[in-house]
Design a binder for this molecule. Sequence first.
Ligand SMILES: Nc1ncnc2c1ncn2[C@@H]1O[C@H](COP(=O)(O)OP(=O)(O)O)[C@@H](O)[C@H]1O
Ligand SMILES: [Mg+2]
Length: 234
Amino acid sequence: MITLSHLTMRLAGGGHQITILDDVTFEIPDKQRVAIVGHSGSGKSTLLGLIAGLDRPTSGSIMLDGTDISRMRESDLARYRRDHIGYIFQSFHLIPTLTALENVLVPLELAGTSGAQTRATDLLKSVGLGDRLHHYPVQLSGGEQQRVAVARSFACRPPILLADEPTGNLDSVTGQQIMNLLLSLHRECGATLILVTHDRTMAASMERVITLRDGRVESDTRIGSDHLPAESSR
Ligand SMILES: Nc1ncnc2c1ncn2[C@@H]1O[C@H](COP(=O)(O)OP(=O)(O)O)[C@@H](O)[C@H]1O
Ligand SMILES: [Mg+2]
């Protein structure tokens, strides 16, 4: 369970403070699929970064199974990220000097996982890149790069998967393929999935849609869990 209580994020800018998140309070049960939507600048990425432990709130708390990560020491926070969080970015964020396989190996080796090579290879095969293992990011299309990033995010079987507009830089067909991949890997791993998206269709494949507006929760809607695409869609 992720519990956000009265989360506020303010930054000093141009001599005055700007409020990026304002009194955000909600809970996300384990394994829920949640979409975060809202206009550009509404605070979605900031919220994701706080849940990822990449940043600390100005006030409020972020409890994960009873532990407040906003008050953790930096070294504990690094371990929290390593053990709990998978993150997918809009712009892929692969390491350009590493091959597809090496990119997926990074988190596995950091975690000291045994059988890392096999796990990384299997994951890349499962995202349809079995024949691209030794390609560098620059040799891959945008869709292929995001497949590598998806494989990497699942590598350590994180209980929380955060995706910040993962299809935002892709055409709609490729975007839908990435989304199907994400959903099918998510089904196998059973992580909590928090997806920031502008795409209403993608939001509709989640169980719940939280809308942010000017840093506040404007609405929080449960939707049916029967919107998943077919099992064979990846
Ligand atoms: N490091 C920063 N310094 C100043 N302003 C920031 C910073 N990060 C985000 N902002 C501002 O906070 C608001 C929310 O940003 P963000 O969380 O990226 O929104 P979204 O992801 O919904 O587009 C925006 O107005 C943005 O300009
Ligand atoms: Mg954003």
